[in-house]
Every structure is written in structure tokens, then in C-alpha cells.
Design a protein around this ligand. Structure first.
Ligand code: ATP
Length: 246
């Protein structure tokens, strides 16, 4: 599969379906993420956004279709293999070890990914991107604010130079000023060559850095195209879910 511009995508979903027991959450979902691009995946509650993230990262199996990462079919690979192949998933929620310090959380993540080599550089880079975490490096992660915990969850994967970063509901429940900070960090990741799949309910913020938009409606792709086209018809697409290409 290649994108409309002929670029080989770093990540592609090809006719993906997925279910939770008898409940079907995704129907024939197809879209592609070009290298270093930002694709915003938006939709109403229950539209299937998080399920897309879980399927591409190997947490939920696809019942039909294919997930292709850097040209390799990863549909039936396990989550840790997919991570090793270059896709990181920052899940919804805080997902940090509350009883460990900020630095211990980072060291744990970086050691697992990098071994001993590169640890000091990775820590330095994390504190450069999120100075607030540097100031709190000795603090227990469980005592950080919600926004700081999201930053820590993000910092654990940001500096690993993955090919694709899937970020689920980054701005959920965060103060606007904190959202600004995390989006600034995402901007730096993107300039480093990592593609982003941004799953957001608050679409306006995601649209500021997105190159393209996928709108999901009841588990199906209702729109796959540029930001301007999505903005123009967002209410209709999110609520009505007409199946349209721009
Ligand atoms: P939200 O914005 O509310 O997080 P979403 O677009 O991320 O929603 P998903 O979490 O992907 O939606 O859920 C898609 C559908 O699958 C929903 O109807 C949801 O109830 C169902 N679903 C999600 N997780 C499970 C699960 N573990 N077991 C059963 N059904 C589930």
C-alpha cells in the first residue's frame, strides 16, 4: 500500500476489523501514515479510536485485515515485538509506576529499550524536552500532578526515536497550559522524524499539528483526508458518519 503521493507509509491499516467478544468495534478500517507525518484520529465517544491504537500496537487482535509497519505485516505479532520494530503506544491514562521516582521510571523504560548504552543521553534528552521532569527527578511519580504524569508517560517513549508514536487522548483532563507543553514536545518528536498517530477527542489542538485526519464513526472510517476538509464538515462526519473521501 502507498499513500496518494506514492510515499510508502510507515504504518498502514488495510481493511482492519476488530471485536471484543461478540461486540464488533472496528469495520474494515483502512488508512495510512506516511513517514514523519502527523495523522489525527478523531471521533465521538465509542467510535473506535482507542481500539485502532490497541490493534496497531498488538494489544487487541485484528479479526480481519492487515496492519503493516515499515512494509512488514505485523497483524499477528505480539505487542513487545511491535514495540521493538519501532512503534510505541502511549495509552490513555497515566500509566506510570507511582511508587518509583521520576528518574527510576525513565531509567526502567530506557534500560529496557536501550540497554546500558545511551542511558545518560536519553535522560538528558528527556529533561531537555520536559524541564519540569528534571526539576522533579527525585519525586515519586504517584505524587506528580495528572499533567506531569502524562509528561512522564510520554517522556518514556519520546526519546527512543521510534518510527511511529501512537498517543491516546493526550490532552484528556489536562490544564490548557500543560497541553501546550506536551504538544510542544510532540512537535520536537516529529521534527526528529517520528510519525505520530494522535488520538484526540479535543480535535482543535490535534488539528494544529496534523497533516491529515481520519474521522471514525461507529467503528468505520467516515473521512480520510486533509485537515481543512475535516474541519469544514466535522460535526456532520463525527455525528452523522457519512462515508466520504475529500
Ligand atoms: P472514547 O473516546 O470514549 O475513549 P473510543 O473512540 O476510543 O472512545 P473505543 O474505546 O475504541 O472507542 O471503543 C469502541 C467500542 O468498543 C465502544 O463501543 C466500546 O464500548 C467497546 N469496547 C472498548 N473496549 C472494550 C472492552 N474491553 N470490552 C468490550 N467492549 C469494549
Amino acid at each position: 500500500m502507498s499513500t496518494a503521493t506514492g510515499v510508502v507509509p510507515v504504518l498502514a491499516l488495510e481493511g482492519v476489523s476488530a471485536s471484543y467478544g461478540p461486540y464488533r468495534a472496528l469495520f474494515d478500517v483502512t488508512f495510512a501514515v506516511p513517514p514523519a507525518a502527523v495523522v489525527a484520529v478523531v471521533g465521538a465517544n465509542g467510535a473506535g479510536k482507542s481500539t485502532v491504537a490497541r490493534v496497531v500496537s498488538g494489544l487487541v487482535p485484528a479479526s480481519a485485515g492487515r496492519v503493516v509497519l515499515k512494509g512488514c505485516d505485523v497483524t499477528h505479532r505480539r505487542a513487545f515485538e511491535i514495540t521493538r520494530m519501532g512503534l510505541a503506544h502511549v495509552t490513555e491514562g497515566r500509566s506510570v509506576f507511582g511508587s518509583l521516582t521520576v528518574e527510576e521510571n525513565l531509567v526502567l523504560a530506557f534500560r529496557r529499550a536501550l540497554g546500558r548504552g545511551g542511558l545518560a543521553e536519553a535522560l538528558e534528552r528527556a529533561y531537555e524536552v520536559f524541564p519540569r521532569l528534571g526539576q522533579r527527578r527525585g519525586q515519586l511519580a504517584g505524587t506528580l500532578s495528572g499533567g506531569e504524569q502524562r509528561m512522564l508517560a510520554l517522556a518514556r517513549v519520546l526519546v527512543l526515536h521510534q518510527d511511529v508514536l501512537v498517543v491516546d487522548e493526550l490532552s484528556l483532563g489536562l490544564a490548557p497550559v500543560v497541553v501546550d507543553e506536551v504538544y510542544e514536545a510532540l512537535g520536537t518528536v516529529r521534527t526528529g522524524g517520528t510519525a505520530l498517530v494522535l488520538i484526540e477527542q479535543h480535535v482543535n489542538r490535534a488539528f494544529t499539528i496534523a497533516d491529515s485526519v481520519v474521522v471514525l464513526h461507529k467503528g468505520r472510517v467516515a473521512y480520510d483526508g486533509d485537515v481543512a476538509g475535516a474541519e469544514e464538515r466535522l460535526d456532520e462526519l463525527v455525528l452523522g458518519g457519512s462515508t466520504a473521501k475529500p
